[in-house]
Write a protein that binds this ligand. Structure first.
Ligand SMILES: *Cc1c(COP(=O)(O)O)cnc(C)c1O
Length: 458
């Protein structure tokens, strides 16, 4: 009998996060004048303990005991050998995945929601605001807030709010309050509605609303939380890769290929970053972030300074970006519709350490259905993008007759995304790709912004 799951005991779970900022150079966030912003400028938005983490260059950061306690609800996450998928593909490749669908809200996002709620609580914050696209981050943060006794207010992109009523129910079950964005509650929302009363909403607008709601709260006890993109989020997600490293050590293997779908970049980076240092030191590993052709941030968009949100409330971040007012076409992977990408991931792509891939919506669902019918877990639409690249690699390994070790993040389950599967089975899913014209339009946005540098970390 072949072993399917490589498990760790609770006391084998990593007790520190890995901070890549100790080992690579990064462009700082700046203002329009090109001058680095002062971390204190972020104090109305985030609690100071998280801001310190955002800019820290300490290589290892202790995971606080109360955070470890809550993570133990579902972690350590198994490293699973996808034996049945390998069989279905008749590949000599060994395919492994970290099963991040096992958290209570059903995705990797709980890995950062828990520490973010904890640090806010420690800092004396009573209420957290956030945005959510498909609803995964809103549910993860509602869950985390319920663990630490905080209020949670979620601005959910309107089109998803209407299409996915059960995400809102999940948030309500954990005590979270979810409203559709654009809303009348903020200036950013009212402006968007004035322009278009039927606006379907976007992540960029919802982020602006959530930041505004936090900084305008007169009690001073509200802060904002972001589920991806920022350095501290990447840090918290490294628990995925650190566990995977230990699990591979147990079985005497090491990955040749590392894959993750990339929306803001966090589940991908969480798996990949603990292996990056080995690559910088000469180890041969192929590392692929995978994005949708309909929102091709890493494969098509330039490495620039851009705002993280539509209303330009955030500092300028060094990232691959399609432009902060970019509206992606209506494909079904809410978590992959962000206009930008984590600065850490963007920097490592610009420097050639990560090699991004883009896949079509149809290829992603083909892969997802194959995975569901072999491994049994119905993947999130976002995970399907990673799976499409994994299957390509496994086929390549077969052509080359190589026993490659492939590992990827199974970032979440798709049990609340079944409408999209229904559409796929009814042949109603389309593939979207961006035209050159649309790309050029978005590039204009950056003309007058400062430009980030390549810093050669290696
Ligand atoms: C949010 C989400 C993503 C995309 O976000 P990243 O920060 O790129 O990881 C991917 N998969 C699932 C299941 C998600 O919920």
């Amino acid at each position: 009998m072949q072993t399917r799951k490589i498990l760790l005991e609770e006391d084998e779970m990593p007790r520190k996060w890995y901070n890549i900022l100790a080992d690579i150079k990064m462009n700082p966030p700046v203002g329009l004048d090109g001058k680095p912003i002062n971390p204190e400028d972020l104090a109305p938005v985030f609690p100071m303990n998280l801001i310190e983490q955002e800019v820290s260059t300490e290589r290892w950061i202790d995971i606080p005991e109360p955070v470890l306690d809550v993570l133990h609800i579902w972690r350590p996450a198994p490293l699973v050998r996808a034996i049945s998928l390998e069989k279905a593909l008749d590949t000599p490749a060994k395919i492994y995945f970290k099963n991040e669908s096992l958290s209570p809200p059903g995705s990797h996002k709980a890995n950062t929601a828990i520490p973010q709620a904890y640090y806010n609580k420690e800092f004396g914050i009573k209420r957290i605001t956030t945005e959510t696209g498909a609803g995964q981050w809103g549910s993860a943060l509602s869950f985390a807030c319920s663990q630490f006794g905080l209020e949670c207010k979620v601005f959910m992109v309107k089109i998803s709010f209407e299409q996915k009523p059960y995400r809102k129910s999940m948030m309500a079950a954990w005590g979270g309050n979810c409203i559709p964005s654009p809303s009348m509650e903020t200036k950013a929302g009212r402006e968007a509605l004035e322009k278009n009363p039927d606006a379907p909403g976007s992540l960029g607008i919802a982020i602006s609303e959530a930041i505004e709601a936090a900084v305008t709260d007169e009690t001073g006890k509200t802060r904002y939380a972001l589920g991806s993109v920022l350095n501290h989020v990447m840090l918290h997600q490294t628990i995925i890769g650190l566990e995977a490293k230990k699990q591979f050590e147990k079985i005497g293997e090491y990955p040749d290929v590392i894959i993750g779908c990339a929306g803001g970049g966090s589940n991908f980076a969480g798996l990949a970053l603990p292996f990056v240092l080995d690559k910088l030191n000469g180890k041969k590993i192929d590392i692929y972030p995978v994005e949708p052709l309909g929102c091709p941030t890493l494969t098509k968009a330039p490495f620039v300074y851009d705002y993280g949100d539509t209303a330009a409330y955030t500092p300028l971040l060094p990232m691959h970006s399609l432009g902060h007012d970019f509206m992606p076409p209506p494909f079904h992977a809410g978590g992959l519709r962000y206009h930008g990408m984590a600065p850490i991931v963007s920097q490592l792509v610009a420097e050639g350490i990560f090699e991004p891939k883009a896949v079509s919506q149809l290829a992603a669902y083909d892969a997802g259905v194959m995975a569901a019918r072999s491994e049994g877990i119905i993947p999130a639409p976002e995970t399907n993008h990673a799976l499409a690249a994994v299957i390509d690699e496994a086929k390549k390994a077969k052509e080359e007759g190589r026993e490659k070790v492939i590992v990827f993040t199974w970032s979440g389950h798709g049990l609340l995304d079944l409408t999209a599967y229904d559409k796929y089975f009814a042949n109603q899913l389309k593939s979207f790709a961006l035209s050159e014209e649309e790309m050029l339009k978005s590039e204009k946005v950056f003309e007058n912004y400062p430009k980030p540098q390549l810093l050669k970390s290696h």
